[in-house]
Unconditional design. Structure first.
Length: 202
């Protein structure tokens, strides 16, 4: 896309935002999320959409912003409200927050069953992919079903060809080593050796 076309699109988007065209407002707000210097403008736009239009997608976008950059608890409340109001994105975001195979952290415990319930209410290809990940590996509350997972994956792969494989996408991070325990053991050994040395030389 040429710089002239980019500039024209940018101007049209800002014109639509100034006219309070809500799809444009949400699109512009999502772009602002990538720039911390624009967070004040982002919040102002979304709060206006919430207060003036009760826009479910504004609740969802502001909640996502809060989860990523501010207070996770307030973010969850906004996204849950967005879901109640019928936001198209909220079920997908909540599904990712609860999925054990997604690192989006909403400050709540991961729960595959809850994730699946939310994701099944969304028809977006990205949501279907998240469902496939849950079935592929299985987890508490979700029985492993690799054949179903692969069928879902093949379906969305045609639309989103950049998606990583289910094997790669569902790798859990290795458990953290308990360095505190190791340090404690070393300290005990040093203490024992010190006592032995004290008795030996005295």
């Amino acid at each position: 896309m040429s710089p002239d076309v980019v500039l024209e699109v940018d101007q049209l988007l800002k014109f639509a935002v100034a006219a309070d065209f809500q799809p444009a407002v949400i699109t512009y707000a999502m772009l602002l999320m990538n720039n911390p210097k624009s967070f004040d403008e982002l919040e102002s736009l979304l709060r206006k959409s919430i207060e003036k239009y009760h826009n479910p997608e504004a609740y969802s976008a502001l909640g996502t912003h809060f989860i990523n950059n501010k207070d996770k608890n307030d973010g969850m409340k906004l996204i849950e409200e967005a879901f109640k109001l019928g936001s198209h994105n909220a079920s997908y975001i909540l599904g990712k927050i609860y999925s054990p195979f997604c690192d989006l952290d909403g400050g709540v415990k991961k729960d595959g069953k809850i994730a699946l319930e939310y994701l099944k209410q969304n028809t977006m290809a990205q949501a279907v992919y998240e469902i496939a990940k849950l079935y592929y590996r299985g987890c508490d509350g979700v029985e492993q079903n690799m054949s179903n997972a692969l069928i879902l994956y093949d379906r969305v792969k045609k639309e989103l060809d950049y998606l990583p494989s289910l094997e790669e996408a569902t790798k859990l991070p290795p458990p953290k080593k308990n360095h505190t325990f190791i340090i404690f053991i070393i300290s005990i050994l040093i203490l024992i050796l010190s006592l032995i040395a004290f008795r030996y030389y005295h």
